[in-house]
Design a protein around this ligand. Structure first.
Ligand SMILES: *Cc1c(COP(=O)(O)O)cnc(C)c1O
Ligand SMILES: [Zn+2]
Length: 421
């Protein structure tokens, strides 16, 4: 490919290696393996330096040589480059010395990690001439596709399973897409979207745009490494739903090492899933690479409720190649972890973040993450979208009349606590 500034050369089947032109295709005609973007790393090595990157705007496109676009990005110019927060108060509670949080709960504009992957998918969809985009979503992807489509001037048709949190439904509808609520599980929604994409030729970000979409997730790894001063941490804990984020973070670190942007890659990657939907972590714990789908997920972490993860196998590979592990969290532990994170670091995460922090806590307690080694946990979504599971479990407001007398008559506990602190 000769376009200046484009280092994507083709798509390649992850299983049999056959190559395809970089179009709206996602699975191999011969073996049905997933297709992945191929880059010309020799050329990239000549242009992509820490200095060049440092001079660019603070958004996900600062790593654009490693993202699958031919021309200029048309979306996501305010997305990515989220804070890497040093979390000393949480670290102390967990018995760790150097802990960071990759805080995608403040990613823009829709407050989740999906603001990384969607701009890449939509910019590429635009390049390929699509006017209508869509997705199958557990909520955050719906928000992101709706918002970014609005920004990009594309029509959006979004499919969700029924029963999602109100915040996620309203946080989609507000952007004015067509929203389809399907009476079924996410896996059923996804199957339907595959048929719709095939029949109508719309660009579904996580179906026929999947090779491009997933590449956007690498930017989490790029940012973590850059924000640590171009080094990779010893441990990274990531939530798993469909299995996009985790293997792509691993791939991102591997690319940085290959290009010489980091000098070593000591990172172990850990998968976090909720107890009621943990097909990937079950396989990790059983030491098998056969993933048994969960037919009816049962968890408050609806954003992670994918019973048959498309890229689950690649999560297993990344975890085992890196020497990491997997762990789960119960609904109770998720809520406790949400409260712990808020109380120690002032971050209100959603249920998926609760899963991640609960798993981090277990990994620290068991010694898998030793006290003196650098750890990063990825907080992937914002708690204001998932208030239902914490409602009624956070204590409640003291109700008083608008007078000092009423306040003092009822505020015994508050005044007592204030007196001794
Ligand atoms: C989508 C999502 C994830 C990870 O999903 P993958 O499909 O595994 O990439 C994690 N956390 C939140 C909040 C999400 O919305
Ligand atoms: Zn193949």
């Amino acid at each position: 490919m000769s376009v200046k500034g484009c280092y994507m050369t083709a798509l390649r089947c992850r299983e049999c290696g056959r190559e395809y032109a970089a179009e709206a295709v996602y699975s191999c005609e011969y073996c049905f393996g997933p297709l992945e973007v191929v880059y010309n790393y020799d050329q990239i090595r000549q242009v992509m330096s820490a200095e060049a990157i440092a001079s660019r705007p603070e958004n996900l496109w600062r790593y654009r040589e490693l993202l699958p676009l031919q021309g200029e990005p048309t979306d996501g110019l305010n997305s990515g480059y989220t804070p890497l927060v040093r979390a000393d108060r949480l670290a102390r509670e967990l018995g760790l010395r150097e802990l960071y949080l990759k805080d995608d709960s403040v990613n823009r504009p829709t407050l989740s990690y999906k603001d990384r992957v969607v701009p890449v998918a939509l910019s590429r969809a635009k390049e390929l001439g699509f006017r209508i985009v869509g997705c199958a979503s557990t909520g955050n992807l719906a928000n992101a596709v709706a918002a970014h489509a609005a920004l990009a001037g594309l029509r959006a048709v979004i499919f969700i399973p029924s029963g999602l949190e109100l915040g996620k439904v309203l946080g989609t509808l507000v952007y004015g897409p067509d929203l389809v609520s399907v009476e079924g599980t996410y896996d059923e929604v996804n199957r339907l979207c595959t048929e719709v994409a095939g029949k109508y030729g719309w660009a579904f970000v996580n179906v026929n745009m999947r090779p491009y979409y997933t590449e956007g997730a690498k930017t989490s790894a790029f940012e973590i490494a850059e924000q640590l001063g171009w080094r990779a941490p010893k441990h990274v804990v990531l939530p798993v739903a469909g299995g996009t984020l985790l293997p792509k973070v691993w791939k991102g670190f591997q690319e940085l090492e290959y290009l010489g942007l980091i000098s070593e890659l000591p990172t172990k990657i850990y998968a976090a899933q909720p107890d009621g939907c943990s097909p990937v972590v079950n396989a990790i714990k059983e030491g098998t690479d056969i993933i048994r789908p969960v037919r009816k997920p049962q968890t408050i972490a609806l954003s992670l409720a994918i019973g048959n993860p498309a890229d689950g196998y690649y999560v297993l590979k990344a975890v085992s190649e890196s020497g990491g592990h997997g762990e789960t969290a119960t609904d109770e532990e998720i809520v406790e972890a949400i409260k712990l994170l808020a109380r120690t670091e002032g971050i209100f995460t959603e249920t998926a973040g609760g899963v991640t922090i609960a798993v981090l806590k277990k990994l620290a307690a068991s010694g898998r993450i030793p006290p003196d080694e650098t750890a990063v946990a990825c907080v992937t979504g914002n708690g204001l979208k998932t208030t239902e599971p914490v409602s009624g479990r956070l204590g409640e407001a003291l109700e008083v009349e608008p007078s000092l007398a009423s306040f003092e008559a009822r505020a015994g506990k508050i005044l007592e606590a204030a007196a001794i602190s």
